[in-house]
Design a protein around this ligand. Structure first.
Ligand code: GLP
Length: 253
């Protein structure tokens, strides 16, 4: 069997978040003891919010320090400035970074404001910065109903690096429903995202999915052979990838 993904089904998303946050905390503390950075790959969307809440609790109640943490986010809408309340930079600040002792200079989100002729250069630098930081220790992922990870929409091969992408209509609809105050016309039509190849370079990958709405795409990502039609299916090729799902998201397995 070529599929190397480990599936962990949790009764609730809170229980999943608690276990994953504990693993992240252990990594951060082990690195701190060695005087080294922990490098986290982070995701946006509604799914990881419960994980960020638990990390904030660990900081506030259990003294977990983020001083030795460097982060790289998966993606950003093209055209949105970090002060825009729907930008992913804004989201990360308000859902996590503003509540812990992380040095914001070490938090990276692709820049959605560079002019078109400088996008490629910015993307190449993003990949180079990840390498220079020593690579990503743990990459957190959500999944879109199109099978996208980051903003890698189908069709998408396994080797792409950070690049600009056009967003799928279903993604634009989903993201308007959950964010952008429901206004579809306000959702940008393109984004900058780490590539699938960039994601696969991470030492460990944890994909989170909650709720019945994700059951079909979780089934496809795990049970069908890797295909360009479902970018998340390329994770089957990674040797250290966990799908942490709740019972509803696992209901079709
Ligand atoms: C956006 C992000 C993805 C995320 C997806 C799922 O499109 N770019 O990284 O996985 O949303 O969102 P949600 O977690 O709200 O279902």
């Amino acid at each position: 069997m070529n599929n190397k993904i480990v599936v962990k089904v949790y009764p609730t998303k809170e229980e999943a978040a608690k276990e994953i946050a504990a693993e992240i905390a252990a990594l951060i503390r082990a690195r701190a003891a060695e005087g080294r950075e922990a490098v986290l790959g982070l995701a946006t969307g509604s799914t990881p919010v419960v994980l960020y809440k638990e990390l904030i609790r660990l900081h506030k109640e259990e003294g977990l320090s983020f001083k030795n943490v460097t982060t790289f986010n998966l993606d950003e809408y093209y055209g949105l400035d970090g002060t825009h309340d729907q930008s992913y930079r804004y989201f990360m600040n308000s859902e996590l970074f503003d509540h812990v002792d992380i040095d914001k200079e070490k938090t990276h989100v692709p820049d959605g404001t560079v002019p078109p002729d400088r996008v490629t250069e910015m993307c190449e630098k993003y990949d180079a910065d990840i390498k220079a930081a020593g690579g990503i220790d743990i990459q957190i992922l959500g999944i879109g109903r199109t099978g996208h990870i980051g903003f890698n929409e189908p069709p998408c091969g396994p080797e792409t690096r950070t690049h600009q992408v056009k967003l799928n209509d279903l993604t634009i609809k989903d993201n308007a429903r959950l964010f952008f105050h429901g206004k579809i016309e306000e959702v940008p039509t393109s984004a900058v995202t780490m590539g699938v190849g960039t994601i696969l370079d991470s030492r460990k990958i944890v994909l989170l999915a909650w709720g019945e709405g994700k059951a079909d795409i979780i089934y496809k990502s795990l049970m069908e052979p890797p295909t360009e039609k479902c970018p998340a299916s390329w994770l089957q090729k990674h040797g250290n990838c966990v799908f942490a799902v709740d019972a509803d998201a696992a209901s079709k397995l």
